[in-house]
Design a binder for this molecule. Structure first.
Ligand code: SAH
Ligand code: SF4
Ligand code: F3S
Length: 472
């Protein structure tokens, strides 16, 4: 076996050392079993987790594992989310099933990582009730997967390594892209906003921006490999670059990425309404490569609740921002996130949310029932809204969002729009493409068009998607 003491201390060299060591171990196991080893990564949560999973899958592939669709693989990894309680419950459910698989297949290895692992009560529960888990790590050391796997091989105990402070941003590790024609790029990590309901700052740490040169070189590499659309990822992209040695604004970064040859479309996620700058609106308006879509989380339409949420904007400021966007970028769609049942939310507060949904004219909205997260400020607020009331409001909100969204979507009927073809529906053979405004359109066409940008006429609106025809 390779001597761990010879591992370089610099990154990413150290991880390549362990990836190569693991390659040898995997080859040995394959010889013993007389077959290839398989891996499966299940991702919960947001695009940032999806991007982390591409890196984790890249490491596993480099080590020699073959990707499989089944969770019944030799190496199973869950990249977890804890933004709402139901995300946690889903993990425990899946783990129960995997525990029974592992009883039949003792060579199987199970690893857990991501946001949930950053919480002490989760680690305790795993230690008590899920002792069959082999490796546990958090959000700050996903780059160490190979090193932790190597450690697991050398010991007969589970390896648990969760860091509570972010380390270096490690560049240049392998990644296994989900789509060949589009990908996410992290531009920053963590969050400093501490919205009172949200666990993310606690599990992802403080805000850190990646150097523009690293972002550009990733975009260049992706474009060379055929990627046409990139999504720039961060919890609050408007704060991008503020803490760099040489500060760069997010608008400047957008311009730089749009100059990368081969990049045809740029998306980003998520801007915070409190500091969406005029500079950014002007850049989007002028830069045709930036998709005509702003996801601008509202959370609540009541200024009273927004203050308790620590969002730093009022209902009026939000609506003013929407008006400014509509004026400067008239073809941009605005979508949002809304939480129902935040502690102390009254019927009047909720009606204000409905009214903002109508006034803002969202093209779609992700709606969430408030979920109490241990350790957040909101968890200790009195007046938690009852499940019954929250559910009832939630259904009313869904109805309003649906009506408003359908009205907005219908406005585009008859337009010919460029879509990026993403996949073929195996059931009806139709292709699915994504519009610049992020909506989907289904249309007849040959699967060779997957990954291409094609003009499509929007002919029928189904509320959340369209049917259309290629328009040459
Ligand atoms: N950084 C992004 C959102 C990250 S989390 C932003 O600030 O907008 C994605 C969404 O999950 C949030 O916009 C919010 O609507 C929802 N969310 C976060 N914490 C929640 C909680 N405790 N209960 C319900 N929804 C929550
Ligand atoms: Fe959570 Fe607010 Fe940060 Fe978004 S901005 S991740 S909602 S704390
Ligand atoms: Fe969930 Fe973590 Fe994203 S908590 S929403 S996966 S940052």
């Amino acid at each position: 076996m390779t001597d761990k003491n010879h591992a370089p201390l610099t990154e990413p060299e150290r991880q390549y050392f362990f990836m190569n060591a693991m390659r040898g171990i995997v080859l040995e196991k394959e010889r013993r079993l007389g077959r290839k080893l398989t891996m499966h990564v299940t991702t919960f949560g947001c695009q940032m987790n999806a991007k982390d999973s591409e890196k984790l899958s890249g490491i596993l592939q480099y080590i020699g594992y073959e990707e499989t669709d089944s969770e019944d693989a030799d190496f199973v990894l869950f990249n977890t989310c804890t933004v709402r309680e139901n995300a946690n419950m889903r993990l425990y459910g899946r783990l129960g099933y995997l525990g029974s698989c592992k009883k039949k297949k003792p060579d199987m290895q199970i690893a857990l990582c991501g946001c949930m692992m950053q919480e002490a009560h989760v680690l305790e529960k795993l230690k008590k009730s899920y002792r069959f888990v082999d490796i546990v790590f958090g959000t700050h050391n996903i780059y160490q997967l190979a090193e932790l796997m190597y450690e697991r091989e050398q010991s007969n105990k589970p390896v648990v390594c969760v860091l509570h402070k972010a380390g270096p941003i490690v560049e240049d590790l392998p990644a296994l892209q989900k789509y060949s024609f589009k990908d996410g790029i992290n531009i920053m990590y963590g969050c400093n906003n501490f919205c009172s309901y949200c666990i993310v700052p606690y599990v992802r740490g403080r805000e850190r921006s990646r150097e523009p040169k690293d972002i550009i070189s990733e975009a260049t590499r992706l474009a060379k490999n055929g990627v046409k659309e990139v999504m720039l990822l961060g919890q609050n992209v408007n704060s991008y670059g503020k803490t760099l040695a040489q500060p760069v604004s997010f608008a400047e970064l957008l311009r730089m990425v749009s100059q990368v040859p081969g990049i045809k479309r740029i998306r980003f996620m998520t801007p915070h309404p409190k500091d969406l700058s005029e500079e950014l609106i002007a850049e989007i308006a002028a830069n045709k490569k930036v998709c005509r879509h702003l996801h601008l989380p509202l959370q609540s339409g009541s200024s009273r609740i927004l203050e308790k949420m620590n969002r730093h904007y009022t209902k009026e400021q939000y609506l003013q921002l929407v008006a400014q966007i509509r004026e400067k970028i008239p073809d941009a769609a605005i979508t949002t996130d809304i939480i129902v049942g935040f502690p102390g939310e009254s019927e009047e507060d909720f009606l204000e949310t409905l009214s903002v949904v109508e006034q803002a004219g969202f093209l779609s909205a992700y709606t969430f029932l408030y979920s109490k997260r241990t350790g957040t400020v909101a968890a200790s607020l009195p007046e938690q809204v009852s499940q019954e009331v929250a559910n009832e409001r939630f259904h009313r909100l869904l109805k309003t969002v649906g009506d408003v969204a359908a009205k907005q979507a219908e406005k585009n009927l008859g337009n010919v729009e460029e879509v990026l073809v993403e996949e073929e529906n195996p059931e009806n053979g139709l292709l699915t493409g994504r519009l610049s405004n992020s909506m989907l359109v289904h249309f007849p066409g040959d699967r060779s068009l997957i990954g291409e940008l094609v003009p499509v006429r929007l002919e029928e609106c189904k509320g959340f998607y369209y049917f259309g025809k290629i328009f040459f």
